[in-house]
Write a protein that binds this ligand. Structure first.
Ligand SMILES: Nc1nc2c(c(=O)[nH]1)N[C@H]1C(S)=C(S)[C@@H](COP(=O)(O)O)O[C@H]1N2
Ligand SMILES: [Mo]
Length: 445
């Protein structure tokens, strides 16, 4: 394909993508909930690792069929008849509860964003092993269940308790260590840390941890243990592989490519303030006029304060409007009205938390590629209306060289365009005259 042809195709596809995205709901989300993976970027089917497509950032609550999945081991099917949740370790009263018994504790509910610590890993240079998540290792759901604090109280947790370790029903594959994590008692006892049995109003699906999972608002997805069957109250941090070796961060940037001794790092806890632009898409070629820049933003232990947008590569910023009411722990969708005039743009979005910390302009590197949150840049080419309609109406089928070979008068061009319209060319009625002007000015006898 000639480079012109590629550009033409891109322009054509870009124009149709932008039209789809300007609508109220994304095409992906409005489809019926068939097989989950139809909506997703599939990194691996077994174990199941699925990424949310970029359209997901237009949704205030992530539909479950679009919600990312990260599983280190194969998905277990937990038998509810024999299920029990065991609480042991530094407690006065060890427990073994059926789901029915657990549900007798008060029901609590919140909207919370969960982000995989490795989300955005694919953007780091040098690259590192691990799942190559782009933007969509994150989602925002409504979780319902019981407070972890209520359960720990029932078990008469001792004053020696330092960390709470979570154990799931999934079994490691081959020689892989088992996925187990612990969180400090302080975070475990916060009123919003919970054990959830419902996601988005219905029981958890097996991909997301049925029948019970941990919800640690503001903290990395690695703490949100799925298929929960055991809680061990420990007098120290848990010493398994996924605490001592995996999911550790130096707490600061290190020179790209350097090795860091795990002892010099700490387990991943709070996620960082971040925003993602869902529309326009990167490398979009679009027509001038009223347009929309939109996406979602969130933060960790420190709440989100604001989102700003720049269309001039970060020289000037203007506030975006926050458009959802998802409470303290949810992500916020945001929106910015943009009157796009012809030119090349670098569109950016920048979220800031309540401490005044904003997303960085440059990403610091860390050995496992965690916590990617640099300001995102989306390149957009805005075309004058006439050349944009030439591209979308003509170059979808013809290339520019063929057009250059035509030397027609205005009257002949008018007949030609009408003929093409009868043959199915997409020319909006109100643009026909300006398209004929454009063609007869460029390709004349
Ligand atoms: N038992 C168990 N829990 C787990 C995992 C796992 O592999 N096994 N993966 C964790 C990681 S790294 C993430 S990011 C989240 C993903 O949850 P989701 O699949 O519901 O999106 O689950 C966490 N809980
Ligand atoms: Mo993760």
């Amino acid at each position: 394909m000639s480079s012109e042809n590629i550009l033409a195709r891109r322009a054509f596809l870009g124009a149709s993508a932008s039209i789809l995205l300007q609508g109220q709901s994304s095409p992906v989300a409005s489809q019926a909930a068939d097989s989950k993976s139809n909506h997703m970027i599939v990194h691996s089917r077994k174990p199941e690792d699925l990424e949310m497509p970029i359209e997901g950032f237009l949704q205030s609550i992530t539909p479950t069929e679009m919600f990312y999945v990260r599983s280190h081991h194969y998905t277990p099917q937990v038998d509810l008849d024999t299920y029990s949740l065991r609480v042991s370790g530094e407690v006065g009263t060890p427990l073994a509860l059926s789901l029915k018994e657990l549900k007798k504790l008060p029901r609590v509910e919140l909207v919370g964003v969960m982000e995989c610590a490795g989300n955005g890993r694919a953007f780091y240079t040098p690259r590192m092993p691990g799942l190559q998540w782009t933007h969509g290792g994150v989602g925002n759901a409504r979780w319902a269940g019981v407070r972890l604090a209520d359960l720990l109280k029932k078990a008469n947790i001792k004053s020696s308790a330092k960390h709470i370790m979570f154990d799931g029903a999934d079994q490691p594959i081959g020689t892989m260590p088992k996925f187990q994590r612990s969180i400090p008692v302080k975070k475990a006892l916060e009123g919003d840390t919970m054990l959830a049995y419902d996601m988005n109003g219905v029981g958890l699906s097996s991909s997301h941890g049925a029948p019970l999972r941990v919800v640690v608002p503001g903290w990395g997805g690695d703490c949100w243990v799925k298929w929960l069957t055991g809680i061990q109250v420990l007098d120290r941090e848990f010493e398994g592989f996924f605490m001592k070796t995996g999911y550790r961060h130096p707490g600061k940037g290190v020179p790209p490519g350097s090795a860091v001794d795990p002892a010099q790092m700490k387990p991943v806890e709070s996620i960082h303030v971040k925003s993602v632009i869902a529309t326009p898409k990167d490398n979009l070629v679009m027509a001038q006029g009223a347009s929309r820049i939109a996406g979602a933003a969130w933060s960790g232990d420190v709440p989100l304060a604001k989102v700003e947008v720049s269309t001039d590569a970060g020289r000037t910023w203007a506030p975006a409007r926050l458009t959802s009411s998802n409470g303290r722990w949810g992500w916020q969708t945001w929106d910015f009205a943009w009157n796009a005039t012809p030119g090349s743009y670098k569109v950016m979005a920048k979220a800031t938390d309540a401490n005044g910390y904003s997303q960085p302009a440059e990403q610091e590197w860390n050995p496992s590629g965690y916590m990617w949150n640099v300001i995102q840049t989306v390149r957009v080419e805005v075309m004058p209306m006439t050349s944009a309609s030439y591209r979308s109406s003509c170059l979808g089928c013809h290339n520019d060289d063929l057009m250059k070979g035509q030397k027609l008068t205005r009257g002949q061009w008018e007949k030609e365009v009408e003929k093409m319209m009868r043959w199915g060319a997409q020319v909006p009625a109100e643009q026909k005259a300006s398209l004929v002007d454009y063609l007869s000015a460029r390709f004349k006898p």
